[in-house]
Design a protein around this ligand. Structure first.
Ligand SMILES: Cc1cc2nc3c(=O)[nH]c(=O)nc-3n(C[C@H](O)[C@H](O)[C@H](O)COP(=O)(O)OP(=O)(O)OC[C@H]3O[C@@H](n4cnc5c(N)ncnc54)[C@H](O)[C@@H]3O)c2cc1C
Length: 447
């Protein structure tokens, strides 16, 4: 065998030892950088019985000290860590997660992505996020299955027509591509819809053609893999139980795996933000409630856009597996339960059935809940805190999946430089100053 063919053979099928190793991970664990995923890699691994794939991220023991600690390995925490490394060169970073990464709201949402918000600061950060989703699979070398299939928000009252026409005008000024479309166009795009409902006929819709969905787990996994590849430590099953300070300055955290020191602390824990703020000795204007969703049995493809019906409060898309993914409302009382409740199935399906009569024939398969963090103006908080070098990112409520890359980008910039143009308006002090960013129509009811 020539030297060239030996090298090529090694590249394709690995060497003899590789092929014989029962636990293929053992050898690859010591690699410094991960191999790229590609069509070629699939062919190579196919040829050697898939024995050469590496673990997507490492699971190290915590070090004593990091330049930055992020609490919460949801999408927002992982994206913050990723952009700290990628945009600002800060790679001595730990991401601490009390459960498993992506096990919070990031793995529980209905994956709708859109940026058709009314206020300028919101449109800026959500559109930044949406545009980052467009190239996320290439950036992370991980297929997040971004599907810009189009999102429509139905207008089913005169009031909603006025509201959505106003949003379409605002979006035109903000450079966000949306338009108000007629009921006939709605019917063309969604043949299964009933536009002549007796109570709430469809009077039009706000349409964002480049909105859509992405695979939520993949977003968390893709960021986690990229963070691990940069040398960051993702430490799961590690609950933060205390915030340590020297005077008014943060110096580290107490965790179920011991004390860990840090220069900067980013808290990105969604529904548990109030709990972490309490550990640091301040209060947040946040309420935590469970938000629920459900999926039907899989059926043949019948709807290739996302439809939100905010008047009746329900929204629906069809997953690649064929399930109808249905989002419902938030519980009417504060709680920390991560589960669904029976009456929500009835309420949500009853609300949607007039507009989508065909769902009355579907069996519902699963339901679940996540703890969402709601602010009074339904806009997020990306902010310094009363504790020096401690930063907080929360308040995404019912609609933060779509914001993950933009939020991570802004939070990383805030932590690295002390300010971020995308985050400036979202301080926690805006509530005391009366500078609300009112998105109660765009974000409070639906997602
Ligand atoms: C049913 C449902 C449907 C939704 N639908 C949509 C949608 O269609 N579109 C959309 O844009 N958004 C949607 N959302 C909202 C979206 O899921 C959230 O805004 C977003 O996922 C929040 O991400 P996160 O990273 O901030 O939080 P999470 O993913 O919840 O991550 C926070 C992490 O912090 C960890 N943590 C908490 N306390 C500690 C501690 N003390 N120590 C260590 N770790 C800790 C948690 O375990 C968790 O993993 C929906 C939410 C739900 C529940």
């Amino acid at each position: 065998m020539s030297q060239v063919s030996r090298v090529v053979t090694h590249w394709i099928v690995g060497n003899e030892q590789d092929r014989g190793i029962p636990n293929a991970y053992s050898k690859n664990r010591i690699r410094n950088h991960m191999r790229r995923y590609s069509a070629f890699a699939i062919a190579r691994e196919g040829a050697r019985y898939h024995t050469g794939w590496e673990r997507a991220w490492k699971s190290p023991a915590p070090k004593k000290r990091y330049d930055a600690i992020i609490v919460g390995a949801g999408g927002h925490g992982l994206a913050t860590a990723y952009y700290l490394g990628k945009n600002h060169g800060i790679k001595n970073v730990a991401i601490l997660e009390k459960g498993w990464l992506g096990g919070g709201n990031t793995g529980r949402n209905t994956t709708i992505i859109r940026s058709n918000y009314l206020q300028d600061p919101s449109a800026a950060i959500y559109e930044k996020a949406r545009s980052l989703y467009e190239t996320m699979s290439q950036d992370l070398n991980y297929n997040v299955m971004f599907s810009p299939r189009g999102v429509m928000m139905l207008a089913q009252t005169e009031h909603e027509i006025r509201g959505y026409e106003r949003t379409a005008h605002a979006n035109a000024l903000q450079g966000v591509a949306t338009e108000f479309i007629s009921p006939q166009r709605v019917k063309e795009l969604v043949p299964i819809i009933n536009i002549h409902g007796p109570r709430y006929p469809v009077l039009g819709a706000l349409w964002q053609p480049r909105g859509g969905t992405a695979r939520h787990d993949a977003v968390a996994w893709g960021y986690a893999r990229a963070c691990s590849d940069m040398g960051m430590d993702i430490i799961q099953q590690c609950e933060v139980t205390g915030v340590r300070r020297d005077g008014n300055k943060v110096i580290g955290v107490d965790t179920t795996k011991g004390k860990i020191d840090c220069d900067k602390l980013g808290v990105v824990v969604a529904g548990h933000s109030g709990v972490l703020a309490d550990m640091a000795g301040f209060r947040l204007p946040i309420e935590s409630v469970a938000l629920q969703a459900l999926v039907s049995e899989p059926i043949k493809p019948c709807m290739d856009v996302v439809v939100m019906a905010n008047t009746v409060h329900g929204y629906m898309s069809q997953s690649d597996k064929g399930e109808m993914v249905i989002g419902g409302g938030a519980d009417g009382y504060n709680n920390y339960t991560q589960r669904g409740s029976f009456h929500h199935i009835e309420e949500t399906v009853r609300a949607l059935v007039e507009t989508f009569p065909m769902i009355s024939r579907l069996k519902m398969l699963r339901q679940w809940g996540g703890i969402v963090d709601m602010t009074g103006d339904r806009s997020p908080i990306i902010s310094r805190t009363p504790v020096e070098n401690m930063f907080i990112n929360c308040g995404w409520g019912t609609g933060g999946f779509k914001a993950i890359p933009g939020s991570g980008w802004a939070m990383a910039e805030l932590m690295a430089k002390g300010a971020s143009p995308l985050a400036d308006e979202f301080t926690m002090w805006r509530f005391g100053e009366g500078k609300f960013i009112d998105e109660s129509v765009a974000a409070g009811v639906a997602h």
